[in-house]
Design a protein around this ligand. Structure first.
Ligand SMILES: [Zn+2]
Ligand SMILES: [Zn+2]
Ligand SMILES: [Zn+2]
Length: 98
């Protein structure tokens, strides 16, 4: 049961997205997945960048899913698209876009 459901939505529910609203860190491997590069893998679908440390990893449509693996290993919660023209961000902890 929820009380006070007339509140104007849960915009501030995700602290991680609010905390990473500032300037982005510099990408460690611009345009490349850092972990695929280490493996010699050159096939990935899209790239995501960690907003805690600038790690660039491949998305979940890629064979190795390094962006998600990075979150699981480090706990860094927010990444953003590293694709040209895309600026959306994603909080893994809340599965929320910002
Ligand atoms: Zn969050
Ligand atoms: Zn990768
Ligand atoms: Zn990171």
């Amino acid at each position: 049961m929820r009380v006070g459901s007339t509140d104007p939505v849960a915009t501030a529910a995700c602290a991680e997205l609010a905390e990473t609203a500032g300037p982005d860190p510099e990408a460690r491997t611009p345009g490349r997945c850092e972990d695929c590069e280490a493996l010699g893998e050159q096939n990935w679908a899209h790239l995501r960048m960690c907003l805690s440390c600038g790690h660039v990893g491949c998305c979940d449509s890629s064979p190795h899913r390094h962006a998600t693996a990075h979150f699981e290993q480090t706990g860094h919660p927010v990444m953003r698209s590293h694709e040209p023209g895309e600026s959306w961000r994603w909080c893994y902890r809340h599965a929320e876009m910002g």
